[in-house]
Structure formats: structure tokens, C-alpha cells
Design a protein around this ligand. Structure first.
Ligand code: SF4
Length: 357
């Protein structure tokens, strides 16, 4: 038996023995499959599970999700990160209601046309819901295939992506697409894991090129390593009586449509003297001289392309001062948790460890 046929057969055999229960496994409802796939993108299963169940309970149908406000969706999403996924989820639910009469599309090309749905998610929905013959290709699949077939083309190159996608499609058992796709996903997640896979117990070990040529820790190969950009956010936690000011992030940037304390971005960590001399500070406070009572330690959050460093400056304003800044919202302390914030602000709100200077 040639290697390709061996691969598919062994994988399907292996999957019969594997017990990896997930609430969406065996699910045929395309809405719930889509929901789980969007939640699980860039998220660990253990973390995504609670969110999936919460979304499923709050919005049992695509119509329920379409009817919700963006703030409701964001609040439920809070803590998962990559908020563009939540925005796309909501926009897509509305589009399904408007353009597809509330019925999830059944053709692969229509599924792929949905916002936030790439080839991987489209293949997962098409195969799991309708058994259509489309192979899933994601990081797990790249890893399994490059190792088993000993492919050394970088997986982030155009050629690597094209070749591996074509190979994945060739390997797919077209008569049982859902089963095969589930099997390869489970195999990548539990057997051919990124670090130190237990090759001794692998059902593919006799024909695995990476194992034979000692390339298990080398494959898959990536050509570029991403350099993350450092950003420095100075959040102004302005308190006036029992109120605090927040604003919505509206710019096309990370965390669009989430809330935050008014923020001044700098190009490095700055001291108080530099902050109060900045143009942004003068624009906000004009001639007023508010009291900075404390600053926090540095909070850090790493995103896919950026590293955020944040300092929270606590500022007390007297009752009479009127800042009159457009778009700021004055909220009472007890309401603060009803707004959706980026994780870095949630971290601050949770511990509020302020270091006096
Ligand atoms: S033998 Fe090791 S590297 Fe090869 S497919 Fe199995 S787990 Fe992956």
C-alpha cells in the first residue's frame, strides 16, 4: 500500500479508538459548528468550551445572535481576545438572517463567503454539517502532514500552503469527510503534538519520514519569525466623586468597539513629568491641574503582532472640574463591570494593585 492510502486508512482506524469528547463532536447543526469553530480559533479547547456553552445557551439560534446588540456579544466574549472574531460573528449572524432567510448556507462557496470564515472553517462546517468533501487544513494538519511525508517546504510560503492544501485534499476520504476531518484534528491535537510527540505509540510510525530521518523536532519549517511591535499605553483612571470616565475605542486598531479608560499612547514607558507635558495630556486637562495619586505596575499583554505594555495612572478630579471631553462616558463604579474591556484592563480591575510613588 502506498503511503497516502496507508495514512488515510491508519488515521481512520486510530480514530475509532480515540475518545476525545467535546460538546460539538458529532454536531450536525451548522450554526453550532460555526459558533464552536469561531470560538476555538486561536483559543485553547479548555478555555473555549465555557464560552461555547455560554453562547449556545444565550443565543440558541442564529436569529437570537443576530438580534443581540454588539455590546451584549462583546460582553459574552470578554476575555477571549481577538475581538474581530466577535465582530465578524455578529455581522455574519445578521447576514445569514438578511441574505439567507435565516438558514445557514449549505454550499461551500456560500459558507466561505461569510465574514470571518476562511477555508479551514468553511471545510469544517461543510464536512461536519453536510458531509461535503472538503479537507480541513490548519496548523495541526500542516504539522502532521509535513512530518509524516517529510515535507521541508516552509509552511508559511505560498508554495508550502498550496502543496500541503492539495495533499490534504487528496488524502481526504471523500465518502466520510466528517469522520476523516475529525480524525486528523484529533490526531494533531493529541498524538502528533508540537513538542516531543510520543512516536513510539504512533500508528503511523512505520512510514513516518520525520521519525525515520530524525526531523520530528525540525518539522514543520517556518521561513519568517514574526517580530512583535511593542506599544505603550497610559490609561488615565480619572475619578470624580464616585464616578470614573471611560470611552469606546472606535479607531481601526486592536480592540475596536471595546471600552477603555481614556488613554495616551507613548513610544516607551514614561514618567509622570513626561506624561503631564505631553500634548495629549494638555488637550484633555487644558489649564486644570489634576492630582495624580498613584500609578500601577506595568501590565503586559501579548497579541499576535503586538506586545502591549500598560500603566494605569489614577487621577482625582474635584467635583467642580468639567472636562467636557467628547465621547467620554461618566459611569459609576458599580456599573463598570457591565462594559466589555480588553483583557489588560480586566486584569487591572481584578487586582487594582497600585504602587504609590
Ligand atoms: S511518528 Fe511521530 S512525528 Fe510521525 S506522525 Fe507519528 S507522532 Fe507524528
Amino acid at each position: 500500500m502506498e503511503s497516502k492510502a496507508f495514512f488515510t486508512k491508519q488515521l481512520l482506524e486510530w480514530s475509532k479508538e480515540v475518545d476525545r469528547p467535546m460538546p460539538w463532536k458529532g454536531e450536525r447543526n451548522p450554526y453550532l459548528i460555526w459558533l464552536s469553530e469561531i470560538i476555538l480559533q486561536q483559543t485553547r479547547v479548555e478555555q473555549g468550551l465555557a464560552y461555547f456553552l455560554r453562547f449556545k445557551t444565550t443565543f440558541p439560534t442564529v436569529q437570537d445572535l443576530a438580534k443581540a446588540s454588539q455590546d451584549e456579544v462583546f460582553k459574552l466574549w470578554e476575555g477571549l481576545g481577538y475581538y474581530s472574531r466577535a465582530r465578524n460573528l455578529h455581522a455574519t449572524a445578521k447576514r445569514i438572517v438578511d441574505d439567507f432567510d435565516g438558514v445557514f448556507p449549505t454550499a461551500y462557496k456560500d459558507i466561505l463567503s461569510l465574514k470571518g470564515v476562511g477555508p479551514y472553517t468553511a471545510a469544517a462546517i461543510a464536512s461536519f454539517a453536510y458531509d461535503l468533501p472538503y479537507a480541513v487544513v490548519d496548523g495541526n494538519v500542516y504539522r502532521v502532514l509535513t512530518r509524516f511525508f517529510g515535507i521541508e517546504t516552509p509552511i508559511d510560503s505560498t508554495l508550502g500552503k498550496k502543496d500541503i492544501s492539495a495533499l490534504a485534499q487528496e488524502l481526504l476520504d471523500k465518502k466520510q469527510a466528517a469522520k476523516y476531518n475529525q480524525a486528523i484534528m484529533d490526531f494533531g491535537a493529541t498524538q502528533c503534538v508540537p513538542k516531543s510527540p510520543n512516536c513510539k505509540v504512533c500508528p503511523l510510525k512505520n512510514r513516518c519520514v520525520a521519525l525515520k530521518d530524525n526531523l520530528v523536532n525540525i518539522l514543520p519549517i517556518k521561513s519568517k519569525k514574526l517580530k512583535k511591535r511593542d506599544r505603550f499605553f497610559n490609561y488615565l483612571v480619572i475619578e470624580q466623586d464616585e464616578y470614573t470616565f471611560i470611552e469606546k475605542r472606535t479607531a481601526k486598531d486592536i480592540w475596536q468597539d471595546l471600552y477603555q479608560f481614556p488613554m495616551i499612547e507613548s513610544d516607551q514607558i514614561i514618567e509622570r513629568e513626561i506624561l503631564v507635558e505631553s500634548e495629549a495630556w494638555k488637550q484633555i486637562f487644558n489649564e486644570q491641574i489634576p492630582t495624580i495619586t498613584s500609578k500601577s505596575t506595568i501590565y503586559k499583554q501579548t497579541l499576535s503582532h503586538q506586545k502591549i505594555n500598560a500603566i494605569f495612572w489614577k487621577i482625582i478630579l474635584d467635583s467642580k472640574t468639567d472636562l467636557n471631553v467628547e465621547n467620554w462616558i461618566k459611569i459609576s463604579d458599580k456599573d463598570i463591570l457591565s462594559y466589555a474591556f480588553p483583557k489588560i484592563i480586566d486584569m487591572y480591575l481584578k487586582d487594582r494593585v497600585l504602587v504609590l510613588f
